[in-house]
Structure formats: C-alpha cells, structure tokens
Design a protein around this ligand. Sequence first.
Ligand code: TTP
Ligand code: CA
Length: 363
Amino acid sequence: MLVDLDYFYAQCEEMRDPSLKNKPVVVCVYSGRTEDSGAVSTANYLARKYGVKSGIPISLAKKKLKDVDAVFLPVDHEFYKEISDNIMEILRNYADRFEQVGIDEAYLDVTQRTKANYHEAKELAATIKHDVLVQQKLTCSIGVGPNKLVAKVAADIQKPDGLTSVRPEEVKSFLSLLPVRRLVGVGKKTETKLETLGARTVGQLARFDVQRLIEVFGRKLGTYFHNASNGVDDEPVQERSEPESLSRISTLKENTRDLAVLLDEAYTLCDDVYSKLLQRGLMYRSMSIYVVASDLSVHSRSKTFENPASDLETFKKAVKELFEKFLGESDVEARRVGVKVSSLTKKEDLQKQLTSFFGKATE
Ligand code: TTP
Ligand code: CA
C-alpha cells in the first residue's frame, strides 16, 4: 500500500482551525523580500479549483483568489512534523514492513498480514483510513497493488479521501489508458519527449520496443520506462534504520524558572517520547533536556546510563535531576523545554545479545 495524506500542510491548518474548512486555504513559503514574495507550498482542494497549486508565486495565487474569501497562511513545519510523526506511528503498526517517504507518504508491505488477499488488503486500507481520521482528524488516499509502483499510481488516481485497489490481473488495463505523466519519474520534459515518440498513454509506452527506449533514454531509464509501463517493479518496501534519537519540545505558557512548572511540561513530553519508544520496541541509554531561554539561547544537559533503560520512571527521574542541575548552574528563564532519548537499541537486539552471550541456558 501507499498511503498519501491529502493536501497535507493545508489539511493540518484546517484541523487546527476548522473554521477554515469551507474556504480556500493557501499555505505559503514567504521569502520576506516583499509582502507577497514567495511560493505556494500547497493549497486545499477548494483553492485548487481556482488554479492554485504547489510552486506558483504567492502573488499569482492572490490574483486567482482575489474575488474569494481565501486564507493565506505561512508554513508551520514543526506543527506538520508533529502530526506526521503521530500518523506514521499509527501506520507503522499496520505494516509487516514500513517505509516512510517524505513527510506525508509511506509504503506499507501488508502481504503477510493479509495473506496476499486483495479483499482483505482493501478492508485493511479502509480500517487505516478510519483510524487516521478518528485519531488525527485527517484524510488520506490509499493505493493497494502488487508492488510499490502500482500502489503509488493507484493512490494518486483518486484524491482526496480515495481508496483504489488494483489486483495483479488488473494492472495492465488499469495502467494502459493513463497518461505517461502518472508514472513516477516522468516529468514535463520526459512527457513531451515520450509524446513525440508516440507514447501518450502508459499502454502505448508499454508496447514500445525496449531497445528503442534504451537508445533514447539510456539503459537505466529506458529499462525503467519499459518495466514501469508494464506494471513491473520489484523494489522491496525498505524498512529504514532506527532513528538516532527521539525528542519532543514545546513552548511554555509563560517564561519561567519554576521547577514544578518546568517538570509539569517536561513530564508530558516524557510520556510522548516514551510511548514512541514503546511502539518501536526501543531502549535508550542516553537522555537530555533542552531549554530555549527567553533570549532564545539554547541550553542542554545530558546523562548516559551504564545499561540501556526502557522504563518511564528512570527517564523522568533523570529529567528531574537535569532540570535541578540546570537551574543551579544557569540563571536564564525558560521559554521552551524539550526532552530527548538517544543511543537507542531494539529490545530484541538486547535479548539476542543476552541469549548468544549466555547460550541456551537463558532460553
Ligand atoms: P504532496 O503530497 O505532493 O501534496 P499535498 O499533500 O499538498 O496534496 P495531495 O492531496 O495532492 O497529496 O506534498 C506534501 C506536502 O509537501 C504538501 O502538503 C506541502 C509540501 N510541498 C511543498 O512544500 N512544495 C511542493 O512543491 C510540494 C509538491 C509539496
Ligand atoms: Ca499528499
């Protein structure tokens, strides 16, 4: 499966402020040179009806929406990242193997848990959509297919809030009438080139002589176009390596040096980080606290344990110690606080190490 969150940045903004839902919403990267200089990051589907899309100048988007009650907002990466992290944790739990690509997309290998049954896979996709909607109030589009390539094209075909499943025997007919542009890796330039060769649709491309494609595009790309247009792809869903660290940071209601207030906030962050550790079955050996002071200077204190720990109490106790230490050593006021765990290891890795160390006796 490929899960793609719909109009992601703009949908995050709608979720934060539901009154935006019936207005065109444009999320912008302001360059700061003049009031309207910069580019559109993304827009909700209402704004897209007026021709507003990723990459166009903000001034152009304003022109297109000049007669409408539209909302223009600056990007808030930190907020989107937090929502993305939460959703990726949800998705991860539904996959045999999981591969996040970018902030709002992920591939899920669900072959084993569905016993390669497409009916089950489609039901699972519906469950995932429902779960993401209930837990994070966001819609996504899902494509199901026999490989990553087909899943991706299937997810793109019906948006927003789509669910498209393509069985192996349907792949050829599904792809054949689509414009070549739908294939990953076919941009505007390649599209034009393919069209002059006489391949407007994926089906036409599929019937093209592979040698001819290699002559025009080189071996690597030519072979890829040939395989892709025939729905052939054997790229595995690649589990990325474990994160180096997990952290959370948040802004305090008021600047303070009050230990109780700092800990109250920090413990909530510990709970969040801890639940992520649990979900991934990770242990930590180091942890840190962060303080962004009222003058925006950044301070941190860290602690490393002798052995990996996996419990919340140890984490909170160390956080308390480090905040006490920090307040004793520094006289700044905290504006934001954060906590981090690092030197992460898989729980089962430790188990394996112990087992191989102690031999069969521990089994
Ligand atoms: P996309 O998934 O390409 O787009 P989208 O989620 O906004 O819309 P869709 O419903 O079609 O999937 O990109 C994900 C996010 O990445 C998007 O919300 C904003 C950001 N982005 C940019 O900042 N600039 C860009 O040019 C693009 C394409 C995306
Ligand atoms: Ca998206």
